[in-house]
Write a protein that binds this ligand. Structure first.
Ligand SMILES: [Zn+2]
Length: 74
């Protein structure tokens, strides 16, 4: 498989990566992530599928964040 989806260990945001590289740098927090140290949530050869999955994961993460905010606003 060519592409993968990972979640940054520092800022917990999903990120699409090229699996031919050993490391990737998070665009949000600049953390260098070693690809063999993180769980790859999804693998695909299609860049289009990668993008749609990535959108899904980030929406899910944001949704949880929204829920979290609601429960803390009292
Ligand atoms: Zn990050």
């Amino acid at each position: 498989m060519k592409y993968g989806v990972i979640v940054c260990t520092k800022c917990k945001k999903a990120k699409g990566v090229d699996l031919s590289f050993k490391t990737t740098k998070c665009i949000r927090c600049n953390k260098v992530i070693k690809l063999d140290k993180v769980r790859i949530l999804y693998k695909t050869n299609s860049e289009q599928k990668l993008r749609s999955y990535l959108g899904l994961v980030n929406a899910d993460l944001d949704g949880k964040l929204e829920e979290f905010r609601k429960t803390t606003q009292k």
